[in-house]
Design a protein around this ligand. Sequence first.
Ligand code: 5GW
Ligand code: MN
Length: 341
Amino acid sequence: RVFNKRKINFFGGGGGFLFSLPHRHIERKAPMAKCNLSKGARIRPGNDIDNTLDLWSRSDVQTCMPWGAPVIWEGTFDARQYDEYYRKRNVTVGLTVFAVGKYLDVFLETFLITAEWYFMIGHNVIYYVFTDQPNKVPKVPLANKRLLRIIPVSRHQRWQDVSMLRMKSISEVIDIFVSREAQYLFCMDVDQFFEGRFGVETLSDSVAQMHSWFYHRFSIFYSYDRNPKSAAYMGLGEGDLYYHAAVFGGTWQKVKHIVDSCYQGIWTDKQNNVEALWHDESHLNKYFWLHKPSKVLSPEYCWDDVLGTQKDIFISRLSWAKKQYEVVREKTEKSWFSFFF
Ligand code: 5GW
Ligand code: MN
């Protein structure tokens, strides 16, 4: 959530111009916390596949969280072993994506085509495409064991509502479809494309995405909601990481709890006539602070190419698409930020 937001907050990261620049230009990089588990320690009890992770293969980055959740980086997992484990269990993974208004024309086809190349290849996949124009959904040919459901939604006046009402719609679709046909569910923004493996190594009870703009920033720059009137409020010193709402997931049971809790917060804010700084993302960050994710994805899983080449990013798996504000947003919504480019 970087551009085109109206509320500006000094600590907000997305706020002032200086804080919006890619950090490599202006800020000292914050050193990453390191995994404090002793070598050979088991990340989860039992014979869970996550015990095969080699958290010590990447000494340059944070590979586990203090509560024991692994952070998935290239080099920490054996893709073959993961695929075999979940193939045996015949896992089905759902993927929700919203394509409302012009976002359908501009982003959906590329998102789906590249997902067919890289997302959970060899496993059962069900796409849930939420859209206000069902008959315009591109007919992307799907591989074996993959299917796509179109979920009609209505268009909302304010774009903040489009992104916040995702939480409610996802919850409903979990009740109607996902709980009957999939074990895991990912929820993603549509304005991105896959360009590297996004596989079953990402599956876990609840999965959060490390935000690529913040992983080397000191936590005072995390753009949490700092307004005490909002349900998403987080004080200075609170929070673990800044998570990106463009990718989150888990078992459908956990995702249901995530989206219901976030929606509850959004609804409470509406009653109180406040709106969190980064909308659903602020509420998601609050949620993951109170309910720690059981797995965290490294910025490889949602990378912004604007950040350029970084020596700890060996591969970009899912990449932000160029925004094309002129096309996707109304004239009045044009980004003030684009003035600088
Ligand atoms: C339109 C104008 C402003 C903000 C959002 C929208 C919008 C979002 C829309 O018109 N249609 C739509 O389907 N969305 C969905 O919400 C897309 O899946 C989109 O990826 C997601 C989040 O909105 P983004 O990607 O514009 O938000 P940021 O935080 O990535 O800039
Ligand atoms: Mn987006």
